[in-house]
Design a protein around this ligand. Structure first.
Ligand SMILES: NC(=O)c1ccc[n+]([C@@H]2O[C@H](COP(=O)([O-])OP(=O)(O)OC[C@H]3O[C@@H](n4cnc5c(N)ncnc54)[C@H](O)[C@@H]3O)[C@@H](O)[C@H]2O)c1
Length: 321
């Protein structure tokens, strides 16, 4: 750990502060111009990460988005490992991969169980190899107002949606650092950027994933591990079983394939943030700028957020995807 902020005298304090402001301004201007340039540059000309031969592990790989993420990485010749609790869902993803001629290693792992994660990670390293790209994608939701959520369900949501990120990252990040290459993809949600009706558990865990991503990003940068990529993906509602029944008023639900396409593209481009659709990103600053009561009016009158969430049906008899 480097030394903190210790100065000999007031002059040194002012001098270093002015110097840092100067360097920061120069670099910020460069990054701004770089962003404008990359935004305008046609996609075909963008430099993208080559993932062929790399090992990609996807949690919740049996689910709606997870299956498409697996297919997309497989099409780029990456080696795919699926972790999920649902055997049928795993089989469906492996079948989809096999149909296209790809192999798929799969493990039944409850990612909310720390010991199971460490045990499975050990097996993966022995049987397949060291993971290069970790996609923390699995998630669950109860979609009920606070007093209707059983305590156990709240704990389960925290276990799957956020605590599991600690266990998987602790299991695989040290190898990435040793190999000087790797990428951690965190699947969060727009509900991780703004609180959502009937999501006190889900939304809070998704906010936590944003904090996890940003804090880990700062740790990796500060300690010089710039070669580890980190991508945070915050999608709006997706047309999978997770939020089945919910009918958003303004924007249509996203398709899982679209979300997976964008997630993989962002990973290849080494982007740090990926909000889907991108237009939602433009609306987010309003949350800080407008009075809270105005935000509520927008939410309940224009977006009909709570009303659309009350149509939630849940997974019902659906098995996967
Ligand atoms: N569906 C949406 O509207 C939406 C919106 C924003 C973000 N997201 C996020 O996208 C991700 C993927 O969601 P999806 O829509 O594909 O959901 P999904 O329900 O189709 O897939 C989730 C998968 O995670 C697996 N899973 C659940 N608990 C697990 C556990 N304990 N251990 C291992 N695997 C477990 C499930 O079996 C399932 O296959 C989630 O993190 C979700 O929170 C979804």
């Amino acid at each position: 750990m480097r030394q903190g902020l210790i100065y000999e005298n007031a002059f040194e304090y002012v001098y270093t502060l002015l110097f840092d402001i100067f360097v920061c301004s120069l670099k910020s201007t460069f990054y701004l111009l770089e962003t404008i340039f990359l935004t305008l540059l046609p996609d075909k000309l963008r430099r993208k990460k080559d993932v062929s031969g790399q090992i990609v592990l996807i949690t919740g790989g049996g689910g709606g988005v997870g299956r498409h993420i697996a297919l997309n990485f497989a099409r780029l010749n990456a080696k795919i490992i699926i972790w999920d609790v649902n055997r049928e869902a795993i089989n469906a993803t492996c079948d989809a991969l096999k149909t296209e001629g790809f192999e798929c290693a799969s493990y039944i792992v409850d990612i909310s169980d720390r010991e199971k994660v460490y045990e499975a990670a050990k097996r993966v390293k022995e049987e397949i190899g060291k993971v290069d790209i970790l996609v923390n994608n699995a998630g669950i939701v109860t979609c009920r107002p606070l007093f209707e959520i059983p305590d156990k369900a709240i704990e389960a949501t925290y276990g799957v949606n956020i605590l599991s990120h600690y266990w998987t990252v602790k299991a695989f990040l040290p190898d990435m650092i040793a190999n000087k290459r790797g990428h951690i993809v965190t699947v969060s949600s727009v509900t991780g950027l703004m609180g959502t009706y009937a999501c006190t558990d889900y939304s809070a865990t998704k906010f936590a994933t944003v904090g996890f991503h940003e804090s880990l990003y700062s740790e990796l940068k500060y300690h010089g591990h710039d070669y580890i990529g980190m991508t945070l993906v915050c999608p709006y509602y997706i047309n999978t079983q997770l939020f089945s029944g919910v009918k958003p008023r303004l924007f249509p639900m996203l398709e899982p394939k679209y979300v997976a396409d964008k997630l993989v593209e962002s990973t290849l481009k080494n982007e740090v943030n990926c909000t889907l659709p991108n237009s939602v990103r433009m609306l987010l600053p309003l949350k800080c700028l407008l009075p809270a009561k105005t935000c509520w009016e927008l939410m309940v009158r224009i977006m009909k957020g709570p009303q659309s969430m009350s149509l939630y049906k849940g997974r019902g008899k659906a098995k996967s995807g």
